[in-house]
Design a protein around this ligand. Structure first.
Ligand code: MG
Length: 229
């Protein structure tokens, strides 16, 4: 695949799409099945966290020991994926404002596109498939790779280099939470924080992103940012 020397890494929830009721339900159902624990995840702030990280926090809040958590941790995630894929037809996902046009234009300009998302990989692609975005992203770092988000950034960049011949240093990371920004800052990368998720612009401003956008509909501004990398 040709690329123009620029890599753009996108978060999914709150950045490209909104609404993931079925994903939420997959957590609830798998925790119930493998830990006999009836708890929802509404009590924790899960924005920007990875699926395994959320799962672990829910179970820790439920008083499960580390050993107990580990016993079924992998199988629980496998079931989350199974549940999601079986129920994704019910999932109500909407592309966020401007994302469809922006992705089209980025592809046209041969910007290499990748994902950095806490979603387990099959869930990420099934979710994006609902709005036709799955084909834009041939690779990424996923919650199924690591529990810590910053390692997902590294995974995505390594794949860009090893599989897609990405050589440049021009990388932008786009996300909707301070966690997205912090994960990219570990590597000194430039970030765009977009206020289409659970944080408003003034809340995001405190996280030290390089650029802020209300949504991704201002393509001109986005390409200007790429020009400054
Ligand atoms: Mg997000």
């Amino acid at each position: 695949m040709e690329n123009n020397g620029i890599l753009a890494l996108f978060d999914i929830d709150g950045t490209l799409v909104r609404g993931a009721r079925c994903h939420y339900q997959a957590f609830v159902e798998s925790v119930k099945k493998f830990y006999d624990f009836e708890e929802d995840i509404s009590g924790i702030n899960y924005a920007g966290k990875t699926d395994p990280q959320i799962l672990r926090e829910v179970l820790e809040l439920g008083g499960f020991s580390r050993e107990k958590i580990e016993e079924n941790f992998r199988r629980c995630q496998e079931y989350m994926v199974q549940y999601y894929l079986e129920n994704v037809h019910k999932e109500q996902v909407k592309a966020l404002k401007g994302t469809s046009n922006l992705l089209k234009d980025l592809k046209k300009e041969n910007v290499l596109l990748g994902l950095v998302t806490g979603n387990l990989e099959p869930i990420a692609y099934a979710k994006l498939g609902k709005v036709g975005f799955d084909d834009y992203f041939p690779f990424g770092g996923f919650g199924s790779d690591y529990e810590d988000r910053y390692l997902l950034v590294k995974t995505a960049i390594e794949l860009a280099k090893s599989r897609y011949g990405f050589k440049g240093e021009k990388i932008i990371v786009v996300g909707d939470t301070p966690r997205d920004v912090q994960a990219a800052q570990v590597y000194g990368l430039k970030t765009v924080a977009v206020a289409t998720g659970s944080y408003k612009i003034d809340e995001l401003e405190k996280c030290g992103a390089d650029y802020f956008m209300d949504n991704l509909s201002d393509k001109e501004n986005f390409f200007k940012i790429l020009g400054h990398l």
